[in-house]
Design a protein around this ligand. Structure first.
Ligand code: SF4
Ligand SMILES: [Zn+2]
Ligand SMILES: [Zn+2]
Length: 314
């Protein structure tokens, strides 16, 4: 396989565009696609604070490095990396070390928000208390809330997430398959600013997971390769497999799923901002009902007998 741009040996094939690229041209191509995506999702950003969710894995490492490349050097932009420590032994400590190493090498301010301090529990402890619940269900809800709270406390104007093309295509399919059209409409990037919610952007949206991995490796970014010990039970796994099979059979399916979401979202929300969310009675965070989902899960974790794990939200 030869690179389309220079005839050197290719490191990646891109069946969705019938192309091949060598290492240096893949780096250029990822940088350019992310640059265009950032400007598409954040048109005319005039300065302010940008929080970047940094897990210590490859995706968020690339998102931070490229956000810094485009926005971080502007004198009117403050860039802060935000890491959530869910309390997962044998996994999270190493990723936090990589995240800190990356921030040091890029000269980016780094904040860590811990479940144990903010929620009074951890994912490991909850997995023990609620053995029948799927850990990613509450862990993901809690992490999203703490990322939003952490970004808001920093006064952030944007929260950058490291979702790649595969992640987003899986989420679109999952939301469609479950009939959760409201979630489809709420996926990043956000068209409207909602009170209490920092708008999320996903600049790696056009980049397949494999290319993000190669970018991180070729650019020499420190990242952790470990996998969360609870990941095997994630509902997402089946969608990962289905999207992979669809992409093998019909290259370009992932991009098509994303286009579907982009075309549906404005039809679902309409031209005006949706009604502002209410406030959770327990923690005052934005909520659709009396309690936010994070507090519903906390109640289940604290009292698995009254609010049993089988009745915990999926
Ligand atoms: S894989 Fe699941 S349990 Fe593990 S960190 Fe991610 S959301 Fe949490
Ligand atoms: Zn080349
Ligand atoms: Zn709450």
């Amino acid at each position: 396989m030869r690179c389309d741009a220079c005839d050197a040996e290719a490191v990646v094939d891109q069946p969705y565009r019938r192309g091949h690229l060598c290492g240096p041209h893949l780096l250029d191509s990822v940088r350019e696609r992310v640059r265009r995506e950032l400007h598409r999702q954040v048109p005319g950003f005039r300065g302010g604070t940008i929080a970047v969710a940094l897990s210590g894995g490859k995706d968020s490492a690339v998102a931070l490095a490229l956000t810094r490349a485009y926005f971080g050097r502007r004198p009117n932009v403050r860039l802060v990396a935000l890491t959530v420590d869910e309390g997962i032994a044998g996994y999270r400590p190493a990723t936090i070390e990589r995240a800190a190493e990356l921030c040091r090498s890029l000269g980016v301010e780094h904040r860590i928000v811990r479940f144990s301090e903010r929620l009074g529990t951890t994912t490991d402890a909850t997995a023990e208390r609620l053995p029948r619940a799927i850990p990613c269900a509450y862990c993901g809800v809690w992490r999203r809330q703490l990322l939003n709270r952490g970004a808001r406390e920093l006064g952030a104007d944007l929260l950058v997430l490291g979702f790649n093309l595969d992640d987003l295509a899986q989420t679109v399919l999952m939301n469609l398959a479950r009939g959760e059209v409201d979630r489809l409409a709420r996926m990043a990037p956000h068209r409207f600013r909602q009170p209490g919610l920092v708008p999320r952007v996903a600049p790696l949206a056009p980049i397949p997971e494999r290319e993000v991995f190669l970018y991180a490796r070729l650019a020499g970014l420190p990242f952790d390769h470990g996998e969360c010990p609870h990941a095997g039970r994630a509902a997402r796994n089946v969608y990962r497999e289905v999207v992979w099979q669809l992409e093998e059979a019909v290259p370009g399916t992932r991009q098509a799923l994303l286009r579907t979401q982009e075309r549906l979202a404005p039809l679902l929300t309409g031209p005006t901002p949706p009604e502002a969310p209410g406030r959770c009675q327990a923690c005052s965070e934005p909520a659709a009902g009396p309690l936010c989902r994070a507090c519903e899960f906390l109640a289940a974790a604290r009292n698995p007998i009254i609010v049993g794990p089988a009745s915990a939200p999926p």
